[in-house]
Design a protein around this ligand. Structure first.
Ligand code: CAA
Length: 287
């Protein structure tokens, strides 16, 4: 498929990443089908997109017409069969291998054999996910960063069987979306999370050991190292459940004890302290 022929995009999963991805495609003129299992999740997603666009509008980064066009370009649906005409499916469902595989097997039968599947997985193996479909050559990792509308990077992960054509298509598409694609090979955590998550995990260890307060740990990295957010604020922002899932994938996939998730991280996730989305993580938030 040529890039100029692409107009029908489906994004599955309307959470933090999915709604941001839908927004970016729609802002760049693509018609997007945003799919989730409940209409209330989709309504929330549209509200988030509208707020995000309003912030860009206030900062004069977009016009009111662009805001209207973006919202008009997004259709929501809870019927998975609505992806049948999609030329590209971007999957951004929960970071769980079994859930993703079940979904891929289902959509493999609904979509045309030409449809490209791009997974926004933050660490699961692309090769293994691709092998569960009948189109491993048209399967690729397209890993956006949070907040998707603001972060420039897209990590592109080619699986063992991903074709050159698919890789080139997604690379050019990312550039058209005003992102910067960076290609990496398919190893657990890729590059972004392999470097970021051990930092976050170590910050949690230092908190657990009482080396400093959460505020102090974050201040040290913000003011001393120039990080825009301290590691604990960033963990809350990403979601502690997501951080834990990624640490586990790296611990199991790379077989190295240095990726062992901090017990405090495990305990907080078990307690439902998931960061911003639950109103409480290392810090407190208005939900
Ligand atoms: N759309 C969406 N979110 C927006 C936004 C917009 N138009 N404008 C601002 N935000 C978000 C910010 O995240 C934050 O939330 P609240 O105000 O609601 O608390 C807030 O809005 C900050 O607004 P500012 O105008 O002050 O934004 P800023 O210029 O200070 O930059 C930031 C915010 C870009 C997020 C910056 O803090 C940053 O770069 N933080 C680090 C982000 C990061 O590391 N992301 C990668 C995470 S890892 C990942 O995503 C991979 C994975 O697999 C887990």
């Amino acid at each position: 498929m040529k890039l100029e022929d692409l107009n029908d995009v489906s994004v599955i999963g309307s959470g933090t990443m999915g709604n941001g991805i839908a927004q970016v495609f729609a802002l760049h003129g693509y018609k997007v089908n945003l799919i989730d299992i409940k209409q209330e999740l989709l309504d929330k997603a549209i509200n988030t997109i509208s707020n995000s666009l309003e912030r860009f509008l206030k900062k004069e980064k977009i016009t009111r017409e662009q805001k209207t066009m973006t919202l008009n370009n997004i259709k929501t649906t809870t019927d998975i069969n609505d992806i049948k005409n999609a030329q590209l499916v971007v999957e951004a469902v929960t970071e769980n291998y079994d859930i993703k595989v079940r979904l891929y097997r289902q959509i493999d039968d609904i979509c045309s054999p030409d449809t490209i599947f791009a997974s926004n997985t933050s660490s699961l193996p692309i090769t293994k996910l691709a092998s569960q479909t009948k189109r491993p050559d048209k399967f690729i990792g397209m890993h956006f960063m949070n907040p998707v509308p603001m972060m420039k990077l897209v990590e592109l992960i080619r699986g063992f069987a991903t074709s050159e054509e698919t890789g080139d298509f997604i690379r050019k598409l990312s550039e058209k979306l005003d992102k910067v694609p960076v290609e990496v090979n398919d190893y657990p955590g890729f590059i972004g999370n392999r470097l970021l998550m051990p930092l976050i995990n170590e910050a949690i260890f230092t908190l657990m050991e009482g080396v400093a307060t959460a505020e102090a740990i974050d201040n040290i990295m913000r003011l001393g190292m120039g990080h825009p957010m301290g590691p604990l604020t960033l963990a809350d922002f990403i979601g502690l459940d997501v951080c834990l899932a990624i640490m586990r994938v790296m611990y199991e996939g790379l077989g190295n004890p240095k990726y062992y998730p901090c017990p405090l991280l495990i305990k907080m996730v078990e307690a439902g302290f998931l960061g911003r989305k639950s109103g409480h993580g290392f810090f407190k938030y208005d939900k």
